[in-house]
Design a protein around this ligand. Structure first.
Ligand code: ATP
Length: 726
């Protein structure tokens, strides 16, 4: 019994050990189950998150535009969502089942503890062991079922994941398409923007010709001209060098041709030589053969022939050598040609620079001589002007024009005659009598503008030398004063020609003198002074210069520095525009004011630094006709009276000057007052009296000529002027 009891106890402890093992196994399974439940729970959470995302996307798509694709996509996603939800509920149910299963290990422990409480229930021990084995079996099958179900869920889950991936991919596709569409729209927008605008804007450029701009412009132009000149010179030099290179190329080409010809000749000669040697060898062979058979005389002959041939043969190599050396020297010539060419050019350059220095030395001498010549010329010129008289009166007869004939109602009778053999007299037929007037010079009606200017030219030159010069055009309205002074565009008068001459002289003297030319222009109308170069035509006054020199000046008068003849053209045009013109019975475009163009030339001797200031006053006087004939009344009458008064004052001043009176009545008119420093002592004056040749103007012609004669009549120094009066 005791033995069997011990046996049972051993069995029981064995069973207990087995149960403990089983229990630990079950515990392990429990832990696995828990971890699977947790994984499940996690997957469920993820599924929930995925469902939420899908729902969000669904709601987004629902709010998006009603595109058919989007609608389809919404439906698809809804169906997917539904199935996902079903899957989720199934999974949750399963999970709940799993959660409600009691822990096998705890049951087992309970049972183990029950069995451990009393050792007296031996029958019960076996029964408990069977029950636990069955339960274990049940649990195993349950766990197996659960594992199968878990596997199924996992498969479902992976299926759902795949579905989710697919829907994600579709969504990505959708987004990509939308982005593509957006890009297309952007491109279209850019294209639209890049198109020409329908409305075009008009841009206008406003040019402002400020004096500073003009000055800069003229400077830039001069610089441009200088640069173009330099460029032209460089181009010329380039052309020369190109020509030289071309010639050198030609030369080198010729040399190469020659070399080629030589080479050909040499090879030909070599061939000839070889063939001849061959022939000779053959002949020699033949001769040797024949010698054995022929007579001694024949042998002698042959020997002689052989010797001559040998001589010829010996003469050939030197020729060949000669040709070879020729050929080699030609080759070296060609090779050395470039260096030789460079050396030749540098030689030429040296020669040129030497020639230039030589020239500049010679130029210095010439310049010195030229200076002396200029001084001498100036002296002679002074003497000439002195001889001609510092106040000269010239007369120009206006040709009869078509317009004059219309005024004269067809009776264009000419009463003024000039003598081709006597350049200083003219006759006027009046009341059957010819009255002869003597002037310093008379220009016949066909005299050209150039001829008139030639008479004035020396005075213009003396202005550059520092003299004050006045040139007046005097005469009745329409007699050609403006024509003589201003002229037309095609046929310019004294003003333009004088300025052109002035700038020409300045250019010629530029190596010795530097000059500044300033210009002003005024008109005197009804004894009022106006600036013709100013736009507002403000009234000006003549005042004593406050610098203490006692000289006169006009405050506010515009003085323009002129750099070129082109510039002066613009200034003259402005002055002409501003001049007051009115129509009268005598001349449709009669100028009723005195117009003055004042040119100041300041010179500096570059060698000595001494300075000169010359003035040239070019005056186009107002018409000198008598008041009654101009049909003037009211304002016009006042105008004519003023004109006549100032002309009279001018006559008085010139007469007083010519008579070398102590008092010169400069202040009697604005005109003479303004010209005071140019009419005084040491100045030079020319009066061009304009007359009409027509009988209808004979009265005015006589008046003008009498005025001219009054000026001329005064004696000059010891030599008196002989004037014949009719
Ligand atoms: N020598 C000439 N050769 C050709 N045409 C001339 C000549 N002299 C004058 N004329 C013409 O006669 C017309 C009048 O001349 P101009 O205007 O010069 O006269 P004026 O004396 O200046 O008159 P005003 O005192 O009224 O200004 C102009 O059309 C001009 O072209």
């Amino acid at each position: 019994m005791v033995e069997s009891l011990y046996g049972l106890q051993g069995e029981r402890s064995k069973l207990r050990g087995e149960l403990r093992l089983l229990h630990s196994q079950l515990e392990q399974k429990d832990r696995d189950r828990h971890s699977r439940i947790q994984a499940f729970q996690q997957q469920i959470d993820e599924l929930k998150g995925c469902i939420e995302e899908r729902e969000e996307e669904l709601s987004r798509l629902r709010t998006a535009t009603g595109a058919t694709d989007s609608e389809k996509r919404v439906l698809c996603l809804s169906a997917e969502n539904e199935s996902l939800k079903q899957n989720l509920s199934v999974t949750q149910g399963l999970l709940q089942q799993l959660s409600t299963i009691p822990s096998q290990s705890s049951t087992m422990l309970l049972k183990v503890s029950h069995t451990g409480n009393g050792g007296n229930a031996a029958d019960g021990t076996n029964g408990t062991c069977d029950l636990s084995a069955q339960e274990n079996e049940n649990l195993r099958s349950r766990i197996h079922q659960l594992e199968l179900s878990l596997q199924q869920r996992s498969e479902q889950l992976s299926h759902l994941e795949r579905q989710s991936e697919q829907s994600e991919w579709r969504r990505g596709e959708e987004v990509r398409k939308r982005e593509d569409r957006l890009r297309e729209l952007q491109l279209e927008l850019d294209r639209e923007k890049g198109k020409e605008p329908v409305v075009k804007y008009v841009t206008q450029t406003v040019e402002v010709e400020s004096p500073a701009t003009l000055k800069h412009l003229s400077k830039a132009r001069q610089r441009g001209e200088l640069l173009s000149e330099k460029l032209a010179k460089q181009n010329e030099r380039c052309k020369q060098l190109e020509e030289q290179i071309r010639k050198s190329d030609e030369h080198s080409c010729n040399l190469q041709h020659k070399i080629a010809a030589y080479e050909r000749e040499i090879s030909k000669l070599r061939e000839e030589l070889l063939t001849e040697i061959g022939h000779l060898e053959e002949k020699r062979e033949e001769a040797v053969k024949a010698a054995a058979n022929c007579s001694p005389e024949h042998f002698q002959n042959l020997q002689e022939q052989f010797f001559t041939l040998q001589k010829r043969l010996t003469a050939l190599p030197p020729t060949l050598r000669c040709m070879k050396t020729d050929y080699a020297s030609l080759r070296s010539q060609v090779r050395n040609f470039s260096s030789f060419y460079g050396a030749a050019i540098s030689d030429a350059k040296k020669q040129i620079s030497a020639a230039i220095t030589e020239m500049s030395e010679a130029n210095k001498d010439l310049l010195e001589k030229y200076r002396k010549e200029v001084a001498l010329r100036r002296k002679y010129h002074e003497q000439l002007v002195e001889l001609k008289g510092n106040i000269r009166v010239l007369c120009r007869v206006k040709p009869v024009l078509k317009e004059d004939q219309q005024h004269d109602e067809g009776q264009s009778v000419v009463v003024v005659t000039t003598d081709p053999n006597n350049e200083s007299s003219l006759g006027v037929l009046n009341k059957g009598k010819v009255r002869v007037f003597e002037m310093d010079k008379v220009f016949h009606p066909q005299a050209t503008q150039e001829e008139v200017f030639q008479e004035i030219e020396p005075l213009v030159t003396s202005c550059i030398d520092g003299y004050h010069v006045c040139i007046f055009a005097y005469g009745q309205t329409g007699s050609g004063k403006t024509y003589t002074m201003e002229g037309s565009v095609e046929n310019p008068g004294i003003n333009k020609r004088a300025l052109k001459h002035l700038f020409g002289e300045i250019e010629q003297r530029k190596d010795m003198w530097s000059y500044t030319v300033t210009v002003s222009s005024v008109e005197i109308y009804n004894e009022v002074l106006r600036d013709l170069l100013s736009k507002d035509g403000e009234k000006l006054d003549i005042k004593i210069n406050p610098d203490g020199t006692g000289q006169l000046h006009v405050p506010g008068l515009r003085l323009i520095e002129v750099k070129s003849f082109q510039h002066i053209k613009k200034i003259l045009a402005t002055a002409r525009r501003n001049r007051i013109t009115f129509g009268t019975q005598m001349n449709q475009h009669s100028s009723r004011s005195h117009a003055l163009l004042c040119i100041t030339v300041e010179g500096t001797d570059l060698a000595t630094g001494s300075k000169t200031t010359g003035k040239l006053n070019l005056v186009d006087l107002a018409g000198s006709e008598r008041v009654w004939k101009s049909g003037a009344e009211g304002e016009r009458l006042k105008e004519a009276q003023n004109i006549n008064r100032s002309l009279l004052s001018l006559g008085d001043v010139i007469q007083a000057l010519r008579a070398r009176q102590t008092h010169i009545p400069f202040r009697n008119s604005r005109l003479t007052y303004l010209l005071q420093d140019s009419l005084g002592k040491g100045s030079k004056t020319v009066m061009v009296v304009q007359v009409s040749a027509l009988e209808s103007n004979v009265g005015e012609t006589l008046c003008s000529l009498k005025f001219a004669q009054r000026v001329c009549k005064v004696e000059l120094g010891p030599a008196s002027r002989k004037i014949e009066c009719g």
